[in-house]
Design a protein around this ligand. Structure first.
Ligand SMILES: Nc1ncnc2c1ncn2[C@@H]1O[C@H](COP(=O)(O)OP(=O)(O)O)[C@@H](O)[C@H]1O
Ligand code: SF4
Ligand SMILES: [Mg+2]
Length: 365
């Protein structure tokens, strides 16, 4: 295992969920939800990656897969070169034990309230990870470290906050406690899943600034999930990171934050930008899509999944699935328009077809 291995490497990751019918539906075949399909992505040390896209496009599933909380149904996920699920299953030569991986990859949720035990004071909640991972630490040192961390996230007087129960904290304060709990594990990556969505708008920038400050101090990488492109832009741009755009389980474009905002290549990224109030320059006009409805992830369109809505779609987009093509260092786009010599350019346009062409949808595999 070399030190040049990425922190996390996702290769051709697929996550399909089998969904059975209702309780008394014994006869129909379970349906498959294509939550994530064919995603490859490396996360480096001290990295910031924001995943954006509409609700249900697979951001949470991909994020959880990246930190080893969701087992992929296809492809592989490794941590510093160690396949996470082989470590979990103790298969092959395991160089990094699963326990170390679990500690290194942490999560903070959208609703911090639900992840904090309502009957435990903040101190007890925050001592738990230290008790578990630093068994040699004395009780006094443990308390001192918790208090110091509370101060670092601006919860002062720390003694006062440490003695409170979750219901005695505001939403922003609960989220800070969740952040401290994750940081006390000394993690390499924190998945922040819509971590600021539940906060008042006025508190969001403050929370993002705090996460970025800590990212810098603790050398932690962040994978942030957000349905809001302007928040993703703030977080990724200030953290010197990338934005990854997802559509129906696929990563359709990824690149440096300002590239994605100012020079989006994928037609879907352009839609997202159009739909984000403080980013669109052309404040009016028709949305740059042919159809508004997002197809069902149980039956995603064949070929390019965006072809039923894409204003640039051509016949070739129905039959073949675009791979991710490199357009620049760090910038990849899954659209045939990035290839000068693709048959796309000589194939007839689909734009004239009505949007409601469900008939052409078929399962991708
Ligand atoms: N445990 C699960 N079982 C079945 N379907 C799921 C499960 N988790 C997520 N899904 C489905 O997978 C798709 C992607 O979900 P998710 O990753 O939560 O999207 P996002 O975070 O972008 O809103 C959705 O269609 C969702 O309903
Ligand atoms: S491959 Fe075709 S349908 Fe897909 S985004 Fe590009 S032009 Fe649109
Ligand atoms: Mg989600």
């Amino acid at each position: 295992m070399s030190s040049t291995e990425p922190l996390i490497s996702l290769k051709d990751v697929e996550v399909h969920f089998k969904e059975s019918g209702g309780t008394f539906d014994f006869f129909s075949e379970p349906e498959t939800v294509h939550a994530v399909d064919g995603v490859s992505l490396d996360i480096e040390e001290n990295d910031v990656v924001c995943l954006v896209g509409e609700s249900g496009c697979g951001k949470t599933t991909l994020g959880k897969t990246a930190i080893g909380l969701q087992r992929p149904t296809g492809g592989s996920v490794s941590y510093r070169g160690q396949d996470i699920w082989q470590a979990k299953d103790k298969k092959g030569d395991v160089e990094v034990p699963y326990g170390d991986i679990r500690r290194a990859l942490q999560i903070i949720h959208q609703d911090p309230g639900s992840s904090l035990n309502p009957n435990r004071r903040v101190m007890k909640t925050l001592e738990a990870p230290l008790r578990r991972w630093q068994k040699d630490m004395s009780a006094g040192d443990r308390r001192a470290q918790v208090l110091q961390m509370l101060e670092r996230v601006g919860m002062t007087p720390a003694e006062d906050y440490a003695s409170r129960y979750p219901h005695q904290l505001s939403g922003g304060e609960k989220q800070r406690v969740a952040l401290v709990r994750a940081l006390l594990m000394d993690p390499d990556v924190i998945l922040a899943d819509e971590a600021i969505s539940a906060l008042d708008v006025s508190l969001r920038v403050e929370m993002m600034d705090l996460m970025l400050e800590l990212q810098d101090q603790f050398d932690t990488s962040f994978v942030a999930v957000s349905h809001d492109l302007s928040n993703a832009r703030y977080f990724a741009a200030h953290g010197g990171g990338r934005i990854g755009v997802m559509y129906l389980g696929r990563l359709v474009e990824i690149g440096p934050a300002e590239e994605i905002i100012n020079n989006p290549k994928h037609p879907y990224t352009k839609v997202l930008r159009w739909a984000t109030p403080n980013l669109k320059e052309e404040a009016s006009g028709e949305p740059p899509v042919r159809a508004i409805d997002i197809p069902d992830p149980k039956n995603p369109p064949a070929g390019c999944r965006f072809h039923t809505r894409c204003p640039e779609a051509r016949e070739a987009c129905r039959g073949e699935t675009p791979e991710s093509y490199q357009v620049d260092a760090d910038h990849e786009v899954a659209c045939f328009r990035e290839l000068d010599d693709h048959e796309y350019w000589s194939s007839p346009e689909l734009a004239g077809e009505g949007p409601g062409n469900e008939g052409e949808q078929s399962s991708a595999d």
